[in-house]
Design a protein around this ligand. Structure first.
Ligand code: AMP
Ligand code: MN
Ligand code: MN
Ligand code: MN
Length: 295
């Protein structure tokens, strides 16, 4: 199968290596069962799951692209940049991601102080129970703890009441720069992609600045069809991809069977006229070995 024949690509999801609840192996099996042909595991700020994901993809008969989702601060807003098809042994990418993960533990302790001040005790220790990677404690782990202890009914409620800007458990954080994140990915042979662009609280002018600077730094694609976008937003970002000359990506952003409303492989296809990002990455795809002939 050539890259351009692939329709069901799911190039965004999370495992226990960041804030997902499934292992890379379980995700590969689930992706295959849901009809995915080309898969990428894109853990936040972390690529230590890539070898496992690649092996599991091939065991399940899936083509694989290496992946990650880097946290970036642009114009005082957190933006996520997905990287696809890079060399996962690249030393500069490793050290850049290591530095990006660096402040998470201190941030988490400050988050717990903020929550304690409104009467929610022990949330740092409580959240740690859900953490699969000690370098990657995230807001999602706090959300799971607050749901388990009955403070909120589900994770969206936790974010709304406690973990977003201005709420008691929110701690502003400075992540990687846009320029560095794009450079780490591109220098490792991959393509940088703006994740779920509709999710950022930018004015149209600020959004234009993000897209322009991203392109100037070497960014080449945006997510168009994602679990975070509405059908109207597929159309809006398809038009913006065309306007900026970006390729388009597709990914569920699946985290957990209990929490995610979009399952692996379940999104509609990319709108027709766009260049799929995986067509630009044909020589970076780790193709699944052909199944052994019967008999
Ligand atoms: P962090 O990297 O620690 O800031 O955590 C960011 C993660 O929190 C995202 O990748 C999502 O998995 C999750 N998240 C952010 N906003 C929400 C929300 N409104 N509802 C549920 N999960 C969210
Ligand atoms: Mn996440
Ligand atoms: Mn994201
Ligand atoms: Mn994500």
């Amino acid at each position: 199968m050539s890259a351009t024949q692939i329709l069901n690509a799911d190039l965004h999801c999370h495992s226990v290596v960041s804030d997902g609840t499934l292992t890379p192996e379980a995700l590969a099996v689930r992706a295959k069962a849901n009809g995915v042909e080309l898969w990428s595991l894109t853990d936040h700020d972390e690529i230590s799951g890539q070898s496992r994901a690649l092996a599991a993809a091939h065991a399940a008969g899936l083509h694989y692209l290496t992946g990650t989702e880097i946290s970036v601060t642009f114009a005082n807003v957190t933006v996520h940049i997905v990287g696809l098809g890079f060399d996962h042994l690249d030393p500069a990418l490793h050290s850049g991601l290591h530095a990006t993960r660096g402040g998470r533990s201190n941030r988490a302790m400050e988050m717990a102080e903020g929550l304690a001040a409104v009467g929610i005790k022990g949330s740092y220790e409580g959240s740690l129970k859900y953490v699969g990677n000690p370098e990657l404690i995230s807001r999602t782990h706090f959300a799971r703890f607050l749901v388990e202890t009955g403070v909120c009914k589900d994770t969206p409620e936790v974010f709304r009441k406690y973990l977003t800007d201005g709420k008691p458990g929110f701690v502003p954080h400075r992540w990687a720069s846009l320029k560095d994140a794009v450079r780490w990915i591109a220098d490792a042979g991959g393509i940088a992609v703006i994740a779920h662009p509709a999710r950022y609280r930018y004015t149209p002018t600020e959004e234009y600045a993000l897209f322009s600077e991203f392109k100037a730094h070497g960014g080449r694609a945006i997510e168009v069809v994602t679990g975070s976008h509405s059908p109207a937003e597929y159309v809006k970002y398809a038009d913006m991809a065309t306007e900026f000359g970006f390729a388009a990506s597709r990914g569920s952003d699946f985290h957990s069977p209990d929490e995610s409303h979009t399952d692996l492989g379940s999104l509609p296809p990319l709108p027709g006229a766009l260049t799929p990002v995986w067509a630009l990455l044909a020589d970076r795809i780790h193709y699944a070995p052909a199944p052994a002939a019967a008999g």
